[in-house]
Design a protein around this ligand. Structure first.
Ligand code: 8YV
Length: 310
């Protein structure tokens, strides 16, 4: 049986299926735990990981026989991919199967923060409706949506936004051939143009702090910020300050820098929608992601090629 190391928590049904097919070992207490693996470290050929658990160079280097890292998630900023490449270790992720669900949540968050769905729910539950109506919200239909990172998820969000007659522009490393939306090379210019600025770019060093104080300033006091990517893409203290000081109108956030910790200052703000990193968390999508992790591993061990390598 091939030895596989699980790094961090995985959904229980995936863990069970991995345990049935592999000699499953677990590493749940950080890199120092690799030492506890002792002799069995030499036999491990695969890692299964998820966005929540770092797969560092230190972990990889403790596993001389490592051949593949199968990540549960489309994002793989938790993995030191450069080190994996240098070692000849294949890395796979779970693209496509989660695209539609993540895009659904992006649109849900945009409408929620603009129309005050969650805030209205709090208002009703608190018995405040009897004291009078809530202030008017902000119209969504026909407004301007700027998308930062028009990959699969960004494009799926854009397709949905077209149904709301939103005017769509985007930024990224380069214009995408064949898409019907305008490209704006300059992020600040895109933010200035946008009523809603949605981030669907990958995490990692290339995008760290991309949404800076200056970008939020450009989005302006009538602009809303939506993030379904990674907390690291935004300068979080700058975002908190922009919200507190009214430099932007509101934010809807599914991701944070230090999950599951959310900046205390956000909890009391009524113009902020907060969800616990649930964009891909539907039964259907999580099962499809788990299956793709298993398929990547079995394809790799049968043919030498993962199904969806990064
Ligand atoms: C996580 C995600 O993988 O796919 C991604 O990149 O962020 C999510 O789907 C999921 O929360 C597991 O940690």
């Amino acid at each position: 049986m091939t030895a596989l190391l699980q790094v961090g928590a995985l959904m229980p049904s995936l863990e069970q299926r991995l345990a049935a097919q592999y000699d499953l070992r677990k590493l749940s207490a950080g890199p120092a735990a690799t030492r506890l693996l002792g002799d069995c470290a030499n036999s491990i050929e695969a890692i299964a990981s998820s966005a929540r658990a770092p797969v560092t160079a230190e972990i990889m280097d403790a596993l001389p026989g490592l051949r593949i890292i199968a990540n549960f998630g489309v994002g793989y900023d938790n993995i030191d991919v450069e080190r994996a490449r240098a070692r000849g270790v294949v890395v796979s992720n779970t693209p496509d199967v989660l695209t539609e669900c993540v895009a659904d949540l992006a649109i849900a968050l945009m409408i929620d923060v603009a129309r005050g769905v969650s805030a209205g729910d709090r208002f009703v539950r608190a018995g405040r409706w009897r004291e009078g109506p809530r202030p008017f919200a902000t119209r969504v239909a026909g407004r301007r949506l700027g998308i930062v990172g028009l990959g699969r998820i960004g494009q799926a969000a854009a397709r949905r936004a077209e149904a709301f007659a939103l005017d769509i522009r985007y930024t990224g490393r380069a214009p995408k051939p064949g898409v019907p939306y305008g490209f704006e090379a300059d992020l600040q210019a895109l933010a200035r143009w946008s009523d809603f600025l949605l981030v669907s770019a990958s995490g990692g060093e290339n995008t760290r702090g991309l949404i800076s104080a200056a970008v939020l300033e450009a989005l302006g006091p009538k602009g809303y910020f939506i993030n379904v990517a990674r907390g690291s893409v935004v300068d979080e203290p700058a975002l908190v300050a922009a919200l507190r000081e009214g430099h932007i109108a509101g934010a809807a956030l599914d991701v944070f820098v230090d999950e599951p910790r959310v900046p205390e200052a956000l909890l009391g703000l009524d113009n902020v929608v907060l969800t616990p990193h649930i964009a891909s968390a539907t039964q259907e999508t999580r099962e499809a992601m788990a299956q793709l992790v298993l398929d990547n591993l079995s394809d790799f061990f049968a043919t030498g090629r993962a199904r969806t390598p990064v």
